[in-house]
Design a protein around this ligand. Structure first.
Ligand code: FES
Length: 95
């Protein structure tokens, strides 16, 4: 079974077919430069600069990065506070 493919290896998917730019290249650029617009990614690595079909995925990566950074800024104490006072918990305890 020496040549059996490993299930743990994930391929770096090509997101921009026009310029053959991979997901990791795009995510890396977004994360390092704190990019907020697709145009910034395009000027850095050309992704999204031709047909535009990949722009929705680039925007998704930008939004995910923004969300991740926001989560990192919230102190742990705030997260546990919000869990205690969740909307659903309050709603169910009042019924
Ligand atoms: S697929 Fe990215 S510009 Fe065409």
């Amino acid at each position: 079974m020496e040549n059996a493919p490993s299930a743990e290896i994930e391929e770096d998917e090509i997101i921009c077919n026009c310029f053959q730019i991979t997901e990791s290249t795009i995510r890396s650029h977004i994360s390092k430069n704190d990019v907020s617009q697709v145009e910034d990614v395009t000027s850095a690595c050309e992704a999204g600069g031709n047909c535009g079909a990949c722009q929705i995925l680039i925007q998704l990566f930008i939004d995910q990065n923004k969300y991740q950074k926001t989560l990192e800024q919230v102190p742990e104490s705030e997260i546990s506070k919000s869990k205690k006072g969740s909307f659903w918990k309050k709603l169910l305890s009042n019924s």
